[in-house]
Design a protein around this ligand. Structure first.
Ligand SMILES: Cc1cc2nc3c(=O)[nH]c(=O)nc-3n(C[C@H](O)[C@H](O)[C@H](O)COP(=O)(O)OP(=O)(O)OC[C@H]3O[C@@H](n4cnc5c(N)ncnc54)[C@H](O)[C@@H]3O)c2cc1C
Length: 409
């Protein structure tokens, strides 16, 4: 058994580490000529951290990121609707970690180089197609200067992200991505800690302007300030380009939150002090009927691109990788194994894709807004009970596979 991994992002590198752990040889082929610490923040929920812990990376990730203590949900008027503890503070064995995507990516890359050797990672290899015969699968690449090269293995795994070439080859007529009428502006700002200093907060809805904010690096200067990650989601008619690196300014959205100076955070000041802002459309794709074509399959965003709500994009890619590696290690028939992997992971991730559209964790704030007509409430219990909010959160955790009961089975 040998595995050709197309794409050296979060999913591809996690898969490589998981395969190394179970003794299955693999090679990674990445389009970029250099892997750089790109993106802004992401949240690793306890299910993802459990998998990364199995790969021996827990201490490193904890040292780089911030162990999330709690999550709070506020209306656009700054009224608290719900607060809950997270990770080990909520009784999980594994922590929840907020960190820079670049820190996670570079940690995975370094671990791959340390364990598999530098030769395992082939940069500057842009996959253009993959094919197979009765005993092998081959991925075809263009390298700088348009030199064509191929790599042959027992299987080819398409971990090539939201613009996956392997997916396109399997589904040439697939409808384009679905735009959900909002865009996200993402940025990082060096700032003083807010709330507990390890808190994550959601404020408002896409209609009022929505903010998600959490720290991702500790002590970035001598004044003990943190690197704070923030995401603002607003309604917009124009979808724009599906490019994680697209730069933006704050003029398009800052007016919506000009009076969001809460006693725990001055939102306009934080946004104005951002070192960089990126715009990303809120898009996803309908779940596919199948990911596997014989010896070729999909993993991560290539398989199940989902709305960037609920902190499950990276998590599900990591879980895909560990699941597939376990299966490849225990069954020597690649055709049967890739089909079994799809049968296990496709329905699980399809449910998350669909749930993120209407019932992501923060969508509970939309329920509150609907019931109050967007006005401040006098008493929260007249609008929504804590049981209803807790049920909403518990339901998302179960669907996404990170309830305490699921993880401690
Ligand atoms: C530049 C960038 C910035 C991002 N920033 C954020 C962020 O700030 N917050 C967040 O939550 N998520 C971000 N994401 C998305 C996040 O990494 C993924 O949603 C998640 O981790 C799933 O991982 P993945 O491996 O499936 O996809 P990705 O991590 O996107 O990895 C896909 C990899 O495949 C490579 N690739 C693409 N096409 C080909 C090809 N034809 N041949 C070979 N290789 C190819 C890409 O260069 C990339 O390295 C970002 C992704 C990218 C690429």
């Amino acid at each position: 058994m040998s595995v050709i991994i197309v794409g050296g992002g979060i999913g591809g590198l996690s898969l490589a580490l998981a395969l190394f752990k179970v003794g299955v040889p693999c090679r990674i082929y990445e389009a970029a000529a250099e892997i750089k610490p790109l993106g802004v923040g992401l949240n690793l929920l306890p299910h993802a951290v459990t998998e990364l812990g199995k790969l021996g990376l827990l201490d490193q990730l904890l040292a780089l990121g911030v162990e999330t203590r709690d999550v709070s949900f506020f209306t656009a008027h700054g009224q608290l609707v719900h607060r809950e503890e997270r990770g080990r503070h909520a009784g999980y064995t594994a922590p929840q970690i907020s960190m820079h995507r670049g820190d996670l990516h570079m940690t995975l890359l370094q671990a791959v180089i340390d364990r598999l050797g530098e030769d395992a990672v082939h940069l500057g290899h842009r996959c253009v197609s993959a094919d197979q015969d009765a005993s092998s699968a081959t991925a075809h690449f263009l390298t700088p200067g348009n030199r064509a090269v191929s790599a042959k293995g027992s299987v080819v795994i398409g971990c090539d992200g939201v613009h996956s070439v392997i997916r396109k080859q399997m589904y040439p007529d697939e409808a384009g991505y679905r735009f959900h009428g909002t865009v996200q502006y993402r940025g990082v700002t060096v700032s003083q800690p807010f709330l507990t200093g390890k808190s994550m907060a959601y404020v408002g809805t896409p209609e009022t302007g929505k903010l998600v904010v959490y720290p991702i690096r500790e002590n970035v200067d001598t004044e003990g300030r943190q690197l704070i990650n923030w995401v603002v989601e607003v309604a917009k008619e124009d979808c724009g380009v599906r490019d994680w690196n697209r730069r933006a300014g704050y003029d398009d959205f800052i007016d919506l939150m000009s009076d969001w100076s809460f006693d725990w955070l001055d939102v306009p000041a934080m946004i104005r002090n951002a070192s960089s802002i990126y715009e990303y459309p809120v898009v996803d794709q309908d779940p596919l009927p199948a990911w596997t074509d014989g010896r070729i399959t999909l993993l991560g965003d290539a398989a199940h691109p989902m709305l960037p709500r609920g902190s499950n994009g990276a998590a599900q890619a990591i879980i895909d990788g560990n699941t597939l590696a376990q299966m490849l290690a225990t069954d020597s028939d690649p055709l049967r194994t890739l089909k079994a992997y799809e049968e296990k992971r496709l329905p699980a991730t399809a449910r998350i894709v669909l749930t993120n559209r209407e019932q992501a964790p923060d969508a509970i704030l939309g329920v509150v807004e609907q019931r109050t007509g967007g006005r401040p409430f006098a008493k929260l219990e007249d609008v929504i009970s804590q049981e209803e909010v807790a049920q909403w959160q518990d339901s998302y955790k179960s669907i996404a596979g990170f309830s305490i009961a699921q993880l401690q089975k």
